[in-house]
Design a protein around this ligand. Sequence first.
Ligand code: BTN
Length: 239
Amino acid sequence: MTNEKWKIVCFEEVGSTNDVAQQYSSQGVAGKTVIRALSQTAGRGRRGRSWQSLQGNLFFSLLLEFAVEQSAKLVLASSLSVLETVKKFSNKADVCLKWPNDVLLNGAKVCGILLEKGAGKYMIIGIGVNVKQSPKSGDLLYPTTSLAEANIEVTPEDFLESFLADFDKNLQREFAELREIWLKYATGVGKEIAVRQNGKDEKGIFCGIDENGNLLLQNKNGLKKIMAGDVFFIEKKDE
Ligand code: BTN
């Protein structure tokens, strides 16, 4: 990862900025590139879901040369940088990280991240930030919110600029340090959770993440490493 500056390309409307980033990667564009769009007609989310791309929000994909084996570092650096950027614009914001790559504001999802492998040596990190509004209906797995709903006033442009500076800084860190900082802001560590994979839930205690970014789940079957899934927190009812 070099110190070179990001080249930002902004489109009026695309299907998905991740798809445009894929095309760029197969053309072998040189250097670190941000593909941003003011609107997306086919925004994609994790695990085959769609991403509702509402007006005034921020949608972009980072395209960079990076080893696929180290992709956990990209995920941690991206979500942490979104969190730090939110804090920069509102230092009292109640913001935290949720495995694998969500950012929560006041307990609701404000940002989603979709990591994909590009052509050749490229990796693509697609990031959607609810700046002005958040979806309230449709196929939603979690409650959602926006920066504006939390009275955090920032333009998508200023958010992106600040994010890129934080991202470059965080990517310079060693993985162990990044993981330590990420865990400091992670929600649910030490608590009972359910991890949903292919429609099946597995319960256990969330014991943190390993050196590959896998979730560590402790239950009667032992300590299990989980590579992908959706996490739900289990509310304890007062006895
Ligand atoms: C998720 O939480 O499911 C991930 C959502 C990722 C959405 C962003 S918006 C910019 C980029 N383009 C896409 O089609 N998806 C990502």
